[in-house]
Design a protein around this ligand. Structure first.
Ligand code: HEM
Length: 420
């Protein structure tokens, strides 16, 4: 159902073709039905917000809650979120599912431990991890950049930052692999992996808390345990939930930033050549604006995570009843011609680029400095060490993982001259 039918029929959403290239459908929605009620593949009905101005406003609107109870308890909700009660209670400790004042308190505490300075000091380690992963396939002359590079890099990076001992990091790689292959659904192997990861983190936190009494450790988990604000601390449960959300929110997003980013560079040889030339000259400016542009142009997070109307409100002239879910489509907003000049052109040097790829408002991505560091290091090192990197598949044959929230490639086969 469309709110304001246009001259051409509404495009089909959530099909295989849509996952490969959602941008024409988003252009249609922005123009003809900018706040559009649709039935999601799960059967839940939700509003899609696709214009930049509306999206930015909705992301900051406190009448839109992150708490799913507002939907499931609404008498006119069509289709439930399907989150069982006991999982709801557990999810309520996650930053992405809570509202102020709880959100304000937890975010302030985690921000004391996960500081931009901690991330900046981590830069040499990210470079080391990046080089080690490239070393493993550089002599082969070919690789699947998702499995051999984009996937392991963020998982090892966040494990290191948190303070997961090296001998346990491959377990994380396996659990995360299960989660990414089978989507975020709370079933079967995925649920088991999530449970194992959470159980491991709870135990690690417990051990570290005991250990801290004897020695001061400087990893992020120890930082979370020590963080205090007006005498308040995170409980062990809250610290475990926080460590888990850092892994969960920072993993597939970064896989897709690297995967989508490399793919788009390979498809835009002029832009890629400019970036290679600037890296060869020892400059970082184009790399920095370039990673932001790749986030705008083909970002990892297609839609912001769920929001629910706590009362009736109007977005872009459209009335939204209380209880209805609202999905802000970041990928559509970031191609809005009302906001960006030539939005469908990839321009790594773009300056006026206040994209919504990391969200906006109180839930703005906490991990943005780490994501930027990983994205910039990964792209610069790949292009420098494998200068003739090229796609080894027909783009039309590549498969995309199109969940509702994330969008990224399943595989990215490449070739290059073998190097040592
Ligand atoms: C929130 C994007 C990497 C941790 C968000 C949101 C977006 C986003 C759009 C807001 C969601 C909403 O409002 O519904 C991204 C992208 C990334 C990335 C595009 C990579 C390129 C990371 C990393 C971490 C992280 C590496 C941590 C290690 C978080 C957390 C939140 C968040 C904890 C919740 C913040 C809150 O609710 O206050 N991210 N993210 N993200 N992100 Fe990221």
């Amino acid at each position: 159902m469309s709110t304001s039918p246009g001259p051409t029929p509404a495009p089909e959403l959530f099909t295989w073709e849509f996952a490969s290239d959602p941008y024409p459908a988003y252009a249609w929605l922005r123009e003809h039905a900018p706040v559009h009620r649709t039935t999601l593949p799960s059967g839940v009905e939700a509003w899609l917000v696709t214009r930049y101005a509306d999206a930015r406003q909705a992301l900051a609107d406190q009448r839109l809650s992150k708490n799913p109870a507002h939907h499931d308890e609404s008498p006119h909700a069509k289709g439930k979120t399907g989150i069982p009660g006991e999982r709801k209670a557990e999810l309520m400790t996650h930053l992405l599912n809570i509202d102020p004042p709880d959100h304000t308190r937890l975010r302030r505490l985690v921000s004391k431990a996960f500081t931009p300075r901690r991330v900046a000091e981590f830069a040499p380690r990210v470079q080391e991890l990046t080089d080690r992963l490239i070393d493993a396939f550089a002599e082969k002359g070919s690789a699947d950049l998702i499995h051999e590079f984009a996937f392991p890099l963020p998982i090892y990076a966040i494990c290191d930052l948190l303070g997961v001992p090296p001998e346990d990091q491959d377990d994380f790689r396996d659990w995360a692999g299960m989660m990414i292959r089978h989507g975020g659904g709370p079933r079967g192997g995925v649920a088991r992996s999530v449970k194992k990861m959470r159980g491991y983190l709870a135990e690690l936190i417990h051990r570290k808390r005991e250990g801290l009494r004897q020695e001061g450790a400087d990893d992020l988990i120890s930082g979370l345990i020590k963080a205090s604000d007006h005498g308040e601390h995170l409980t062990e449960n809250e610290a475990a939930a926080m460590a888990f959300i850092l892994l969960f929110a920072g993993f597939e997003t970064t896989v897709n930033l690297i995967g989508n980013g490399v793919y788009q560079l390979l498809r835009h040889p002029d832009q890629r050549a400019r970036l290679q030339a600037s890296l060869a000259a020892g400059e970082t400016g184009l790399l920095e604006t370039g990673v932001e542009e790749l986030l705008r142009y083909d970002g990892p997070v297609e839609m912001a995570t769920w929001r629910y109307a706590t009362r009736a409100l109007t977005i872009g002239g459209q009335e939204i009843p209380a209880g209805d879910p609202v999905l802000v489509v970041l990928a559509a907003a970031d191609r809005d011609p009302e906001r960006f000049d030539g939005p469908d052109t990839l321009d790594l040097a773009r300056r006026d680029n206040q994209h919504l790829g990391y969200g906006h408002g109180i839930h703005y991505c906490l991990g943005a400095p780490l994501a930027r560091l990983e994205g910039q290091t990964a792209l610069a090192t790949l292009l420098t060490r494998l200068p003739d990197l090229r796609l080894a598949a027909d783009p039309a044959e590549l498969r995309w993982r199109g969940g509702l929230i994330m969008r990224g490639l399943r595989t990215l086969p490449v070739e290059f001259s073998p190097s040592v």
